[in-house]
Design a protein around this ligand. Structure first.
Ligand code: SF4
Length: 408
């Protein structure tokens, strides 16, 4: 397809008929006794996994103390009382495999290993964001790949497979395809997922472009696990203007429907700008997410990189306070028990340190180079190179310029 390189000037909204595009297969929020029973079962699995990993009471006590410390820092010790049910699978967090998955226990062991080491190797990375194309028809205000967008492709299908093999050789539980717009490489993604799905959960992070019912069905039947759709306003016109593309709101809402219809674990990701960091906006947005039927909403803060480079966009403390209070409400308050769970990485990173930089998470850019995260544009060597492990180590030892090292 040809990509239109001219910036969008004036954008008119398209009509959006919500009723026609609401999925009949929404995620279900679980709370009360049902959630408590599922949690009890999960606690038994956690304990059994810790026993298997450490085999000594001192090891188990040490890791339990670390977990308690983390929970105290993140939430004052409070426990999440709701979870998301997707076709019989239960999810508290977006990237933790359901306890019915063969990846669940290996993932837990990898997480425990990060807190209190019990073995070498294993599941080293919880999440990898893997860019598979430089092409994209949108022109988003906050695009972090802006300077690479619609340049000549560097990565081919064989490179994608080689990168996945390298990532799986060190244990990458979740591999999330991004770009550019990854749905421009739907055939290649489906092929790779079919080949490598036994060792990782595969995700598509999309603007909704080209996420048609047919393509959703192909990806799901190949074995893709989850979809994160970017929606940056509940108002179609405001979203289309932010994304620089008329009709992108309609595409995004349709993508959510197709993802839910096909049984993907489905989330919405949204960049919360200063203009939108107020409680009225957040509540309206969360109501839209609930009515669409997704189980998770991810809030990301704008960063002065890519299209936002040199701009004064970083949220101020007063904006962060609004978001942090809303996060705690949507996570713990009875009044919001039927709303989706919120993922707000920046909040947890301020409390617990940087998860990225090759620690739990790493980003691979459109050249196949390892980077700490999508917003930290310091390259750490190629994932296609034989010494990618050393590059990853270098990223880990250099750390992050925005957040403290993760609390071990
Ligand atoms: S943020 Fe994503 S969808 Fe928007 S222009 Fe950049 S690559 Fe495209």
């Amino acid at each position: 397809m040809s990509i239109d390189p001219t910036p969008a000037k004036v954008i008119q909204p398209l009509d959006v008929d919500y009723d026609a595009i609401r999925s009949s297969n929404p995620h279900r929020m679980v709370h009360g006794v049902e959630a408590r029973l599922i949690r009890l079962r999960q606690q038994a699995i956690n304990l059994w996994t810790a026993l298997q990993a450490y085999r000594t009471s001192s090891g188990i006590r040490a890791v339990m103390a670390k977990l308690k410390e983390h929970r105290a820092l993140a939430s004052g010790g409070k426990r999440v009382k709701k979870l998301v049910s997707v076709e019989g699978r239960s999810h508290w967090r977006l990237f933790i495999p359901a306890n019915t998955s063969h990846l669940h226990v290996p993932f837990l062991k990898g997480e425990l290993n990060r807190l209190v080491p019990h073995s070498k190797g294993g599941h080293e990375l919880a999440v990898v964001f893997l860019s598979v194309t430089k092409k994209c028809p949108l022109k988003c205000e906050h695009c972090f790949e802006w300077h690479n967008l619609n340049q000549k492709e560097v990565i081919g299908p064989e490179d994608i497979n080689r990168m996945i093999e390298n990532l799986q050789s060190i244990g990458a539980t979740n591999i999330a395809f991004t770009g550019g717009e990854p749905m421009l490489r739907v055939r290649e993604m489906a092929e790779s997922i079919r080949r490598y799905k036994s060792k990782s959960q595969f995700w598509i992070l999309t603007s909704g472009f080209n996420f048609t019912a047919t393509n959703a069905a192909e990806l799901r039947s190949a074995g893709a696990h989850g979809v994160v759709v970017s929606i940056d306003h509940y108002d179609p016109l405001a979203h289309d203007q932010f994304r620089g593309s008329r009709g992108s709101f309609r595409d995004a809402i349709n993508a959510v429907k197709h993802a839910l219809d096909k049984g993907f674990l489905t989330a919405i990701s949204t960049c919360v700008t200063r203009d939108n960091a107020n409680r009225e906006y957040i509540d309206e947005f969360m109501n839209m997410a609930r009515s669409l039927g997704v189980g998770f909403v991810q809030w990301i803060e704008p960063k002065a990189v890519g299209h936002y480079a040199m701009q004064d966009v970083i949220l101020k403390p007063e904006h962060q306070v609004v978001l942090e209070e809303a996060l705690l409400d949507y996570t713990y308050a009875e009044a919001f028990k039927n709303h989706p769970l919120v993922i707000y990485h920046e909040y947890y990173q301020r409390k617990l340190g940087c998860f990225a930089s090759g620690n739990k998470m790493v980003y691979v850019d459109t050249d196949g180079d390892l980077m700490s995260c999508p917003f930290c544009h310091r390259k750490g060597g190629s994932l296609l190179s034989d010494d990618f492990r050393q590059s990853l180590e270098n990223l880990r030892s250099t750390g992050c310029s925005d957040y403290a090292p993760v609390i071990g």
